[in-house]
Design a protein around this ligand. Structure first.
Ligand SMILES: Nc1ncnc2c1ncn2[C@@H]1O[C@H](COP(=O)(O)OP(=O)(O)OP(=O)(O)O)[C@@H](O)[C@H]1O
Ligand SMILES: Nc1nc2c(ncn2[C@@H]2O[C@H](COP(=O)(O)O)[C@@H](O)[C@H]2O)c(=O)[nH]1
Length: 197
């Protein structure tokens, strides 16, 4: 029976980078679950790859149909952006293991939906100063850097991933992401051991 491995961590902790590296590990054979969002598509993103980019109306329709597994809404600098997981036939835990990127909130909601034995948290941690530097470097490379949103996320993260909230969600193990290849190796060993147990 399959499980959902959920990469969690503050903004710029390296979730997306590690996500791509882990998907390339053929020994793990992890599948993905494409999430949905109402935020605008960014340069370099593709419909159906990072997200299904949908309108507010589509989100409301999916909600009315009872298809939304979990949803997060953020009051961003550019308005309300929603991120959500949909029961759209992508997930078959009878046959496959999945890798997703989540927040503490989405992890808890998916754990409650699928059952604690099905969700495995992979919490990625980076020292705040280093993380802010990485976030700034990444933002500077954007066509239209949004430094205000970067700052909002940085501040929101310290509340959203507070020690109390991590403890309440049962997250007691973390993976330090100083050097990505080392972190990836640690994650691979951890996931392999979990799959084989
Ligand atoms: N171990 C590392 N060492 C140095 N830089 C890294 C490392 N891991 C990731 N980065 C860089 O840090 C930046 C943020 O990484 P990434 O986009 O993977 O983070 P994220 O957690 O997915 O962020 P967000 O949640 O904001 O989308 C990127 O520019 C990435 O190349
Ligand atoms: N904990 C918080 N998570 C947030 C916030 N704003 C967005 N997000 C989450 O980030 C990821 C990735 O977003 P992206 O726009 O860079 O693709 C997504 O899962 C959101 O849930 C926040 O204020 N706090």
């Amino acid at each position: 029976m399959g499980k959902i491995y959920c990469l969690l961590g503050k903004s710029s902790s390296g979730k997306d980078t590690l996500f791509k590296m882990l998907l390339e590990e053929s020994g793990l054979a992890l599948k993905t679950i494409v999430p949905y969002t109402t935020r605008p598509i960014r340069v370099g993103e593709q419909e159906g790859v990072e997200y299904h980019f949908v309108t507010e109306e589509t989100q409301k329709k999916l909600e009315a149909e009872g298809k939304i597994i979990e949803l997060r809404a953020y009051d961003t600098i550019c308005g309300i952006w929603k991120y959500f997981t949909v029961d759209d036939g992508q997930i078959d835990l009878a046959t496959d293991n999945y890798l997703v990127i989540g927040t503490l909130e989405s992890y808890v909601k998916m754990r409650d939906y699928f059952g604690a034995e099905k969700l495995v948290p992979l919490y990625v941690e980076v020292e705040d100063g280093e993380r802010l530097l990485r976030a700034l470097t990444r933002e500077r490379a954007q066509k239209e850097p949004n430094y205000a949103e970067l700052c909002r996320r940085f501040l929101a993260d310290s509340v959203d991933f507070s020690a109390e909230r991590l403890k309440a969600a049962g997250i007691c193990r973390w993976f330090e992401n100083t050097e990505k290849n080392t972190t990836c190796k640690e994650l691979v060993s951890y996931i392999k051991a979990d799959i084989e147990q």
